[in-house]
Design a protein around this ligand. Structure first.
Ligand code: ADP
Ligand code: MG
Length: 294
């Protein structure tokens, strides 16, 4: 394609709300055959809210929520924001925490009122912190996850204290966009750090068969490399800090403009509105711009 045609293509892109890092990106866009999609914030709105909570016997629900929210106050994660919002609505404002640390893809730790509080995946609490999660809590988490929700376990002083259930909704255009990817000959893959039940439920609702769940941020990068090793030309669509490495490794990184700066910085294309239908527009634009000229 001539440089002029490529510039016209990128100019048209910006009219559609598609920011393209440079004209050379269009060529790569045209060759893509696989679209890997993050779940939270990409297929779903990423605006999670608390739907339920289960405290262990003898513990007050409000106390469980207050401790969890104080620990999560320093986190930007959608799960954290849901917990902090719920606690603020119930109680005014979350308490203070010290020594906050975030463990990307797993959860958070912080000291609240002198107690070491952990909030995160049950498997992380048991494997990394030797927390024994009682069957009752595991069952509550399981039931919620099968229904498409995310369950996080709360522990302090080494003991499990409860489970908090959060969820968000699928963006109104996600299913149509994924159908459009198929029409363009692209194979969709769902890639998420979230639990298997939620991932399958969301995948089923938007029409994705290849669903990969409980993948750590580094595992997301490995998945992109593995697809490439099998000869696929991969576009990755994501919004989170935990997607940045995968976005950079993909043949084409596409960030949701509604997402984090880290995801945008790692990507070749930014879709300002965060609408997946516009990702289809970008691919069609690239094919058209290059197709007419060649
Ligand atoms: P996703 O791919 O859906 O964006 P992440 O890699 O960010 O998922 O997180 C994977 C899982 O790790 C979450 O579903 C949650 O169980 C846990 N997790 C991550 N961050 C937090 C947090 N701040 N608080 C509690 N749990 C968390
Ligand atoms: Mg995300």
């Amino acid at each position: 394609a001539t440089p002029t045609a490529l510039l016209v293509g990128t100019g048209r892109g910006s009219q559609l709300g598609i920011l393209i890092r440079g004209p050379q990106i269009l060529e790569r866009t045209r060759q893509v055959d696989t679209v890997v999609l993050d779940k939270t914030g990409t297929i779903t709105t990423g605006l999670m809210s608390m739907t339920d909570l289960h405290a262990v016997h003898g513990l007050d629900d409000t106390e469980l929520l207050r401790m969890a929210a104080a620990a999560e106050n320093g986190s930007e994660h959608p799960v954290a924001r849901a917990i902090v919002t719920a606690a603020t609505t119930a109680d005014g404002k979350p308490g203070n925490a010290e020594d906050f640390q975030s463990h990307q893809g797993f959860g958070v730790q912080a000291v609240v009122d002198g107690h070491l509080v952990l909030v995160g995946r049950a498997s992380w609490l048991s494997a990394e912190w030797n927390v024994l999660v009682p069957d009752g809590l595991l069952a509550a988490a399981d039931a919620a996850e099968t229904g498409g929700k995310t369950a996080v376990t709360v522990a302090w002083d080494g003991e499990a204290r409860g489970v908090i259930i959060v969820g968000d909704s699928i963006k109104s255009t996600s299913a149509a966009a994924i159908a459009e990817f198929r029409r363009l000959g692209l194979t969709p893959v769902l890639l998420t750090g979230d639990n298997e039940g939620a991932a399958r439920a969301i995948g089923a609702q938007v029409g994705i068969v290849d669903v990969r769940s409980e993948i750590t941020p580094h595992g997301k990068l490995d998945t992109i490399r593995e697809l490439q090793a099998h000869g696929r030309v991969v576009a990755m669509v994501g919004d989170g800090v935990n997607d940045a490495a995968a976005l950079a490794a993909a043949d084409l990184g596409i960030a949701m403009g509604t997402g984090t700066d880290a995801a945008i910085a790692a990507s070749d294309i930014t879709v300002m509105s965060g609408d997946l239908l516009v990702v289809g527009d970008a691919i069609r634009l690239a094919r058209r711009t290059l197709g007419i000229i060649k």
